[in-house]
Design a protein around this ligand. Structure first.
Ligand code: NA7
Length: 537
């Protein structure tokens, strides 16, 4: 036990939030609105979470800006003019800073404050949170709003420390930028991030080498600025936009075509594929025939349609084949939205290296060595993704009852009830552990509302402790584990969603099979029933 004078220096709050991204900022706003004392810690020097760290050229929404923004304040909706249909990182970061200022959130936020550990003190039913700088605070409730894709992952390539050039991960792109002009640049990774980055820098660098392990089905984003008339229309119809989002499985404003792709004539099917191809964003995915999202012939038809589009972009047919995905089906991963990605490979200064064929063997002082060749580089960019969902929790030392760590508990995949709470870790709300994916703010806003209502309910009843029942956790975890081994599109690709991108990580779905809509309805029922499946005392 620390001496009493040190105890006095420990600040006390009703709730501590970890993370100043879209989830944490909103949780802070809502908790404070209900009269709770709150402190929010974030490692970054600014607010924004994902939208603070991902400053790489080309970082951009794939959700429509006006469907992604917060819905809770009509004043905010009416005063904020989104510039682009799919806002770029600088615009999103400006928006989140505006939110922090408008709602006076900064007074309760401590930036450049990385949480090192959180320990549950059983006798008091409170969490003790310690920062890297040694500062300690305590709160009844701990809200982990750490993001699903925030623990950036750099593969353990031998020799990286010997590299004489500059390198960075896209999720830690320096605020002052990377000096790429006229340089020989290598990009490892062709997920959404690599696909956004590559066309942005191809014209600026002297030579660009793209190291691809798995090609993806990239679809055109077709971003454009929002004109004044459209801006007015958006502002006048926000209620309708959010209503549509709330009724869709993933919080987007699209509805599937209720027809099967296989019921219509081949001509009609092709006409729809071509028409949607010309439309922006995820229409091609989420407003398509419903069975394009399911394993089977409709998905195969659409996957083949997309392969033909890729072939049409790329002049060299052998190169085109390397860019065509053939080991997974469309929709088994969130499709990267591109802006001139495939055309880049027609440029003389761009080389594609297939590292599935010839794997990266090591980083050398001068560049990257694959099985077949040495590539001399001045800069290496790792667009190699994230240790998703559990990674950011694992990087803190979270200890619950009996000293058990969350890292140990989640070693075989998250063991939670509804992704929200875990037995042995009372009063810890893991807002980002295993929630459904989709249009993120639409998914987390109602989740935050639910958690804040639950905390307010506890205050009203003078409860001090909440935890799931072992039975509820077991049932939910088994439900997710069963979905992880079921043969579905989502389990058919080696993606971060299954932990498959991190060597040694358990292959478990990091998001439940249930849609955001189903989860919302389920949570509402649980609250109405007096929090069935949770023990409150
Ligand atoms: P992703 O989608 O996980 O992509 C990471 C990329 O890095 C992907 O192409 C990986 O190939 C590649 N990678 C990872 N490790 C290696 C090694 N060791 N060697 C070669 N290539 C490697 O992350 P993103 O940041 O692009 O996107 C994350 C999400 O952000 C995305 O889903 C959107 O929702 C927004 P692989 O495919 O594993 O073969």
């Amino acid at each position: 036990m620390p001496p009493p004078e040190q105890e006095a220096a420990v600040e006390q709050f009703d709730a501590i939030i970890i993370g100043a991204g879209v989830t944490g900022l909103y949780a802070l706003y809502r908790l404070r609105e209900r009269g709770f004392s709150v402190r929010l810690f974030d490692e970054g020097a600014g607010v924004g979470g994902t939208w603070y760290w991902n400053r790489y050229p080309g970082a951009r929404f794939d959700s429509e800006s006006y469907t992604y923004g917060y819905s809770f304040s009509e004043e905010l909706l009416q005063e904020w003019d989104w510039q682009d249909h799919y806002a770029g990182q600088p615009e999103v970061e400006r928006y989140l800073n505006h939110v922090a200022d408008k709602f006076d959130l900064r007074q309760d936020i401590r930036l450049s404050s990385r949480v090192r550990s959180a320990t549950y003190r059983e006798a008091e039913a409170r969490w003790d949170v310690q920062l890297d700088n040694g500062l300690r605070s305590r709160a009844r409730f701990l809200v982990a709003a750490v993001g699903i894709l925030s623990a950036h992952y750099v593969p353990d390539f031998e020799g990286l420390e010997s590299f004489e050039g500059a390198w960075c991960h896209t999720g830690r792109w320096p605020a002052e930028g990377m000096d790429l002009a006229g340089k020989r640049v290598g990009v490892i990774g062709t997920g959404s991030t690599g696909v956004q980055l590559v066309p942005e820098i191809a014209g600026e660098v002297s030579a660009l080498t793209v190291f691809q392990r798995t090609p993806n089905y990239c679809v055109p984003l077709r971003n454009r600025p929002i004109d004044a008339q459209t801006q007015q229309r958006i502002k006048a119809t926000y209620a309708d936009i959010f209503q549509k989002c709330s009724q869709s499985p993933g919080g987007f404003m699209y509805q599937f075509d209720q027809r099967s792709a296989m019921e219509v004539s081949p001509e009609e099917r092709q006409e729809q594929f071509e028409r949607l191809w010309m439309e922006p964003g995820f229409t091609k995915w989420l407003a398509n025939f419903y069975d394009v999202m399911m394993s089977g012939p409709a998905n195969e038809q659409y996957s083949e349609f997309l392969r033909s589009k890729i072939r049409a972009y790329v002049e060299d047919p052998i190169l085109a084949e390397t860019l065509v995905p053939n080991d997974h089906m469309f929709s088994s991963k969130r499709p990267p939205c591109e802006n001139g990605y495939y055309e880049v490979f027609n440029r003389a200064n761009v080389t594609l290296v297939d590292v599935r064929e010839a794997p990266i063997e090591r980083i050398t002082p001068k560049g990257i060595r694959t099985r077949d060749a040495d590539y001399e580089l001045d800069v290496i960019v790792f667009a190699t993704g994230y240790d998703a969902v559990t990674g950011a929790l694992d990087r803190m030392d979270i200890r619950g009852e009996g000293g058990q760590t969350l890292r140990e508990k989640f070693a075989g995949g998250p063991r939670t009830y509804l992704g929200i709470q875990s037995v042995g870790f009372p009063n810890l709300f893991t807002l980002n552990a295993a929630q459904p994916g989709g249009n993120y703010v639409r998914v987390v806003e109602p989740l935050v509302d639910w958690v804040v209502d639950c905390i307010a309910h506890m205050r009203e009843r003078e409860f001090t402790r909440i935890s799931p029942t072992p039975g509820a956790e077991e049932e939910w975890t088994n439900h997710v584990l069963a979905a992880s081994v079921a043969k579905t599109l989502r389990t058919g690709a080696d993606s971060w969603l299954l932990g498959a991108n991190i060597p040694g990580k358990a292959r478990v779905l990091l998001s439940p099979p249930d849609s955001a809509l189903e989860m919302r309805l389920r949570r509402a029922q649980i609250a109405e029933s007096g929090y069935a499946g949770f023990l409150l005392c």
